[in-house]
Ligand binder design. Structure first.
Ligand code: GLN
Length: 533
């Protein structure tokens, strides 16, 4: 049996039944990481040979001892007849933006390169309590600012397992790549504008951004607090449901976590899609972006193969009894990125104030004369270019004389974006949708270095995902095909508030209905040539 190819669901089932032991699973994951991951990301990577450069490089830190001790605990529980948990023996990676007590938590920034938090994030703790094995911390764009993983201060940055000349997407690129490359079964990520769904789509895996507040943010290093969501990456929808089941629910230590009862996500998967109303919107057929010189707005249609995959999925679901509702208007979607620029920068600049070299994080070793110098040099040396840009923009936009021009206006447009979803899902409205079906990204994974350095263009790769962050609604991406060059295509299902059960149910049905499609049997480049027992 190829242990690293097993789903989380199958793994836990076999461990709980005594057919597999957690120690073997930890060892198999460690062996896979050693075989294909290459050197971990570091602040001083040196020059890499080309074979080394082509490796996955998902990990910043492999936590071998931790994984093995967690495995021993699961195996001991089984031996003693104790309940080992719903994720018993399941290998997991953690985006390095979550605090895990006793391990460095870097946010992929020089600022936090040596930071060892004194506590563990709630979401991570719930995974561990359910018997998961933490294999390590995975790479991301610095402070989650980016869409390609390339802005990490820890290099080499992660490659796309399907074609290592391409980026894995970002900011949860290490998470998506580690799952696609079968180094782990599950990964914990964050999504502020698309950071789970865009890399999941680029790497051909499933990614869920839950409803805002469904999963606790305690122990997550904050980017934009009104948009940040904690979610999952996995290889199939059932694993996504299982992981959400374990993590969801209120947390007394996060006042924005919802106290609403948690649904039964795994049971929801048993229902089919008959009678469900699934919408398609013309507002998800193109991306709109400004000409950087003139400011004029251009539109570019979504890559044809991506569009075709969405239509194919709609047809598959219609054949299974779903009702497809065309032409659902989502007219404010196109303002998602401009609004995000304002809100996320203002909140990021505010959240990054705490990294000042005084209490924790990087402190300059230069000679300083006063407190100002300490702040200026510590922040100047610690932050990379992307956080600096965002701090500058956030400070500018939130200056008293600008607040009503930008921030207040952005909040109003955000409310309009949300009203599009409210109208589309309103049971008494014209559409009463159960879900909206859209592309996850406008294109498949771009080449390394193709967009790096153009912070604005990079941002526009979140056009299909960011509206659901503004609205707070849940959204799921899952594989929907491959393009002509063999790169994965993601399709997205957006639900109403706390409607995770419905989008998971539709996603799972689509997976079942498309198992015999040829693209389903293709494997990422880094897994080809492996002997499968
Ligand atoms: N790519 C987006 C950005 O650069 C989204 C990041 C995220 O969701 N954390 O801000």
């Amino acid at each position: 049996m190829n242990l690293t190819a097993l789903s989380a669901f199958e793994t836990a089932q076999k461990v709980r039944a005594g057919e597999l032991n957690a120690n073997d699973l930890a060892e198999a994951a460690l062996a896979q990481i050693r075989a294909i991951d290459g050197v971990p990301g570091s602040l001083a990577p040196g020059i890499l040979e080309s074979a080394e450069e082509q490796k996955v490089h998902a990990f910043i830190q492999v936590t071998e001892e931790l994984a093995l001790s967690q495995a021993a605990r699961v195996d001991r529980k089984i031996a003693e007849g104790e309940e080992p948990g719903a994720l018993a023996g399941v290998p997991v990676s953690i985006k390095d933006i979550f605090c895990v007590e006793g391990t460095t938590t870097t946010a992929a920034s020089r600022t936090l390169a040596n930071f060892i938090p004194p506590y563990t994030a709630t979401a991570v703790q719930r995974l561990v309590d359910a018997g998961a094995l933490i294999l390590g911390k995975v790479n991301l764009d610095e402070f989650t600012f980016g869409s390609s993983n390339e802005s990490s201060a820890f290099q080499p940055s992660t490659n796309n397992p399907w074609n290592t000349d391409h980026v894995p997407g970002g900011s949860s690129g290490g998470s998506a790549a580690s799952v696609a490359a079968q180094e782990v079964a599950l990964s914990l990520g964050t999504d502020t504008g698309g950071s789970i769904r865009q890399p999941a789509a680029f790497c051909g895996v499933v990614g869920l951004k839950p409803t805002y507040g469904r999963v606790s943010r305690l122990g997550l290093i904050a980017f934009s607090s009104s948009l940040d969501c904690v979610g999952s990456l996995s290889r199939d929808v059932r694993d996504t449901a299982l992981m959400l089941q374990v993590m969801a629910g209120s947390d007394p230590k996060d006042s924005t976590s919802s106290t609403r009862p948690v649904g039964d996500y795994l049971s929801a998967l048993q229902q089919d899609v008959k009678g469900l109303r699934i919408g398609l919107s013309p507002d998800y057929e193109a991306v709109y972006y400004p000409d950087f010189e003139s400011g004029a707005v251009h539109s570019e249609p979504v890559q044809k193969e991506v569009r075709d995959a969405v239509l194919r999925a709609a047809e598959t679901l219609a054949n299974a009894g779903a009702e497809i509702i065309e032409n659902v208007p989502m007219p404010n979607t196109r303002y998602g990125i401009p609004v995000y620029f304002v809100i996320s920068r203002v909140e990021a600049a505010s959240n990054l104030h705490r990294f000042d070299g005084v209490k924790y994080g990087y402190r300059t070793s230069a000679e300083i004369n006063d407190l100002n110098d300490l702040y200026r040099l510590s922040r100047g040396e610690g932050f990379g270019p992307e956080p600096k840009l965002r701090i500058l923009m956030g400070m500018y936009l939130s200056a008293a004389e600008h607040a009503s021009n930008f921030y207040q206006k952005a909040l109003k447009v955000r409310a309009l974006i949300r009203s599009d979803f409210e109208n589309a899902f309103d049971p008494e409205g014209d559409y009463w949708l159960d879900a909206l079906l859209t592309p996850s990204t406008a294109t498949t994974a771009f080449k390394r270095n193709a967009v790096l350095g153009n912070s604005v263009l990079m941002q526009y790769s979140d056009q299909m995902t960011v509206a659901s962050n503004h609205a707070g609604v849940p959204a799921l991406t899952l594989p929907g095909g491959l393009d002509e060059s063999g790169l994965p295509i993601g399709i997205q299902l957006i639900g109403s508030d706390f409607g995770e059960d419905t989008i998971l149910r539709i996603g799972h049905a689509f997976e079942q209905l498309s198992t015999s499609e040829t693209w389903r049997s293709e494997k990422p480049q880094v897994l080809q040539g492996e002997v499968k027992a």
